[in-house]
Every structure is written in C-alpha cells, then in structure tokens.
Design a protein around this ligand. Sequence first.
Ligand code: AMP
Ligand code: MG
Length: 537
Amino acid sequence: MSEHASGTSPYTALDDLEFDNRFVSNLPGDKEQGNYCRPVEGAYYSLVKPTATAAPKLVAYSDQVAELLDLSAQACDSDDFAKVFSGNQLLADMIPFAMCYGGHQFGNWAGQLGDGRAINLGEIVNQGKQRWTLQLKGAGLTPYSRNADGLAVLRSSVREFLCSEAMHHLGVPTTRALSLVLTGDQVMRDVLYDGNPSLEPGAVVCRVAPSFLRFGSFQLPASRGDLPLLSKLLHYTIETDFPHLGPPNNDTILKWFAEVSERTLTMVIHWMRVGFVHGVMNTDNMSILGLTIDYGPYGWLENYDPDWTPNTTDSGGRRYRYGHQPQIAHWNLLQLANTILPVIEDKEGLEFILKKFATDFEIQYQAMQLAKLGLESQHDGAQFLVAELLALLKQVETDMTLFYRQLASLDLSNLDSKTTQAHFKSIYYRQDELTPAYWLQLDQWVSKYKLRCEAEGVVEGDRKDKMNAVNPLYVLRNYLAQVAIDKAEQGDFSGVEELLSVLQNPYTEQEGKAHLAGKRPDWARDRVGCSMLSCSS
Ligand code: AMP
Ligand code: MG
C-alpha cells in the first residue's frame, strides 16, 4: 500500500482500492470452476479470470470517474493502470466473476444469457462509503460466452466509453466508464452480418456502477421455478442498493418494484428529452437501478423521427424505435412484475404500480416537453402546443437538437416571417421540403408559442437560459462518434479526448467547438456506423 496521509486524499496506487466483494460473499456461486459454457443453476455468478492480451495500451480515462473511486492522476497514469483495466493484472483483493442472468430478447424469452464478455473485478467502497462495482467489457471468454468470443472491438468500446460519460453529464442516469484500453489483439467482426468479416483492434472498457444487476438477473431463477434463489437476490438487492426501503419482506419487495418502476420511467423520459435511442431494450439490458446500461447499437435522433431506430438488426419490426421506448420500458417492467409475483403473491399491488407507470408517464412526458419550451403550466393549450410542434418537427427533416437551441435564441418580442426563416433555415436536412406552406405553419406555431409564453409570464431574457439548461447543444451524434473512431483506428486518440471533454458540458456553448454542434453532414446520411449500426460489437 502506498501512503495517503488523510482518509480523504486520493490513492496514488491502484492497490489502495478497498474491495469488499459483497456480491460474491453474499450470494451463491457456481460450484464448477472451469471456463467452459454451460447452464448454471442455483447460482448468480461464476468465478472467471480475464484473458491476458498481447499489448495493453491506454486510450483514455475519465478523470471524473477516477475521482469517484478516489484514484489520483498518478494512479491512472501508472503503467499498472492499462494492465489492470484490460484484465492483464489482478489486484490482490479482486475476485473476478461473470454474472448469471437471463432475459427477453426482442420480446421472446431467451433463457440463460449471462455476462458473455463482461467480467466484474469486484466492488470497492470509496472513502465516502459509496459502493462501486468495476466491470471489464471485452475481457475474454466466460461460462456465458455461448458461441461468441468474449471480446469487444475499439469501435464499439469508443462508443460505450464516450456515451456513458456524455449521458452522465446530460443528467441521464447511466453506468459510468472509467477507462478505454486497447488490448493489442485483433478481433474478427462482420459489422453488417453480410458475410464480410474483417479484423478490428480489440479493446476493453472498464464500466463502473453501484450494481450491474438487470431485470434478467431476477427473471432467470423465476423461469426455473427456483423461488428460494430469487428471494435471496431480492433480499440482497434491497439490503445493498435500496436500504432506505427497510428490511426485506413482501411489503418492501413491492415498494422496491415501485421504485424500480419510477427509476425506469425517469430514465426513459430523459432519453426522450435528449433524443437518445437505446437500440436493444431487452430485459437483460435493463438495469435494476434505472441506469442506462449496455451501449450497443444506440443512436441519437438527428432529424426528429419517432419511428427511427439505429439498430439494423431491429429494422424489420422496429421494436426499439425512439417513440416506442416508453411502452417497451413498461413491457419490461411487466416481465419483472411477473417474475416477483410468485414470491409476494400481490397481483393487485403489482398491477397498481404498472398502471401508475402509464399515468405518471403521461404527466412527466408532458412536463418534460413543456420544459423544453421553457414552459411549466400543464394548461390544455400548452399540451396542444406540444403536440403541434412534434407534428411539425416530423413533417420536414428537422434536426431535433438544433431546433430547440434555435427556438431558445429566437427573439419573440420582434417576430416576422423573414427573420424566423433565416433563423431556422440551417437546421433542416432537406431544403426542398421547406415550402411556403411549411413556413406559414411554423410562423403560426411560433405566434401561438409566444402567446403561451406571455400567458405564463415567461420573461424573454429568462426563457433562453431555462431552455438551454434542458436542451443540450452537444450530443454524441452518430457521425461524431464515427469520426473519432476512424481516427482512433489509425492510432490518433485526439478525437476521443476532444469529445470526452466537450461532452462534459453539453448545455454550454464552447469556444472553437462549433464543429461538434453541427447537424449531420450529407456524407453520413447512409454510412455504416453513422445511421446504421448492428449488434456486432
Ligand atoms: P447484448 O444484447 O449486446 O447486451 O448481448 C446479449 C448477450 O450476448 C449477453 O449475454 C452478452 O454477454 C452476450 N454477448 C454479446 N456479445 C458477445 C461476445 N462478443 N462474446 C460473448 N458474449 C457476447
Ligand atoms: Mg447486454
């Protein structure tokens, strides 16, 4: 152990991290220790070590996440850092394991899934007594890898690393990312699943969250009728992550479900606010803490299109399209309710919570949409205004992010059609759609909006600040991530660093960063990685 003078100074060496490994010490583990694929019953994890890699090399780390773990810059800049967070070196107190869970994939029960390429290094308790689980993604085969390789490529790892941090700074509940490390190995991937595989650089992200438990963690024992095992996890979760609910019993389990439901709702409302599309809302990708988890073929709305999904694997049914995310969250919660029903036998209680999700959604969604406009009152006229605006945004290809920023800076005290046109013109994708009829509709809407602002006593000077606090200027546009990835694949990590830094202040205009706030360029419209993503990662 290196020295740290007081209890609160950051650690200068990784060895100083305090692991308590509560998950493995409190829950039953797999008796079998071999690293081969198998059904794992009666257990929540299998002990498994990360696979050594050829030449670990640090690409980037988040100093803010390091701070959460009490790690100093010295610790993060040490040679050990890349070795530990690529899985090449274990700290003395780490007990690595892969978690066992199941899930509904695209609406169908898929049975046992588990951490096929995620390996938890253990849980640390920081000096402020906060618990953080450290998890490597892409660190090699586990008993849950099924027919896949347990690895991740740089492309998808850059996307996960940047987006988790960007989401946090947008105010969206999410798992965090400490680091991004190249493994030095090459990984074979067929990006479009069209029979054209190629080698890509391998990488590992270290994800950080209080817990990585998913809806599917609870579903799997229930699907096998193993209620004692399910009860153990319910009790563990309540005691560890929901202690404010009181000692676990049927009553607190119901309260717990209510809180999971509320947190999930909050998360989805935020997604809708910032234009985020998760892409794979399977129940194994739903965090029990209501965190955005598992950044795969996610995307950001550019032109406002509620039917858009970035995930080419889902292009047929578009189950996980932007506008469908709240319904899917509800459907996933219904699966979780069915899971705990045999334990608490309170159908009415569970149904009440599910109904409440639907009514709360309507209220919170409206409030969010109004806040985007700088409004508050749930007046009928205001609701109508929101509905009209969303129809307008859809009618012609309008950049969602830029529209709200432009609306914030439009001077409502001095409106005329020509000025409005000039003010908004650059945020549309297809100039040929901007007919006189469209402009007339926009003018009419803006006039109604102005009246509404006046009726609510919104002061013109305050409106912009209020709106800009909830409508980001910088989001991780699909093409921006791809440009940073292209550079990183050539060994230039400056694009990753720049995005990591700018996305820490997404609501504030930053000097010299206009190139990260622009609408999607034409070349990116149909490019793989920009508008089309698959689950291949
Ligand atoms: P996802 O929908 O990407 O979260 O993944 C679904 C399941 O597939 C999870 O159990 C993952 O652990 C597993 N999985 C995805 N990619 C890989 C991979 N390259 N190697 C092993 N397992 C994987
Ligand atoms: Mg997953």
